[in-house]
Write a protein that binds this ligand. Sequence first.
Ligand code: GLN
Length: 263
Amino acid sequence: MTSKPARSIRVVTLYDDVMNVYADRGNEIALRVRAAEHGVNVEVTSVSLGDPLPAEADLVLIGGGQDREQRRIADELAARGPALRAWAEDDTAMLAVCGGFQLFGRWYRDASGTELPGAGVFDVTTLAPGPGAARCIGDILAAAQIEGVREVVGFENHGGRTYLGPGARPFARVEYGRGNNGEDGTEGAVFRNAIGTYLHGSLLPKNPALLDWLIAAALRHRYGAGTPEAHIDMLPAPYAERAHAASMAVARRRSPKFEPVVK
Ligand code: GLN
């Protein structure tokens, strides 16, 4: 047996003290555990209000937050937009959830009508239709549109409706639940190795294929595709697989099967 090379990925968490609804910080915990199983060290830099961004990152995580929390970070995050967009163009892996996803878009007009600027990593825009409109809430099951990842499962709870621009493609297609806007069947967005999604859960503890996808992308960013350091073995993830299967059953039982809205 050949010995595995020592390797590590540089992870940046953004505003995890502000943006952490539905325990989105669980994504970082799942990442640390799974990376260790693959023999990958994780070096985390936690960046919050007023902190500088490090020079480089292989993987960026940001969680969800309500409008109030989003207002606290929006201007600063938007100012970091060109740096984050440059990272995304350089194939840094990213996972932006819900309120974080909205602010990784171009702008978010919140429920009070205030327009918050976005970082522009994704060509998406989000509108909150106002206090009378129903929120998109419930278990969600969607077919991921990235290689090696099939169904993803999670929990969505958002007032904002997100629409994809020509420069964005959907992360997933909704099977049960509502997704970006409840109308077009899209869920989230993908730009190179950056993923935006409405799925909380926490998401990564019960979607092991997606977790491995992010780790593999981060390793490729650090070491280059095809290098021994960037290779990860197919490892079983028995607990996560069981959580995934149980969550799929829950979403099928409790959530409406997605029907596109015909206007
Ligand atoms: N404030 C946003 C909305 O309701 C995001 C909420 C969240 O992150 N759960 O649309």
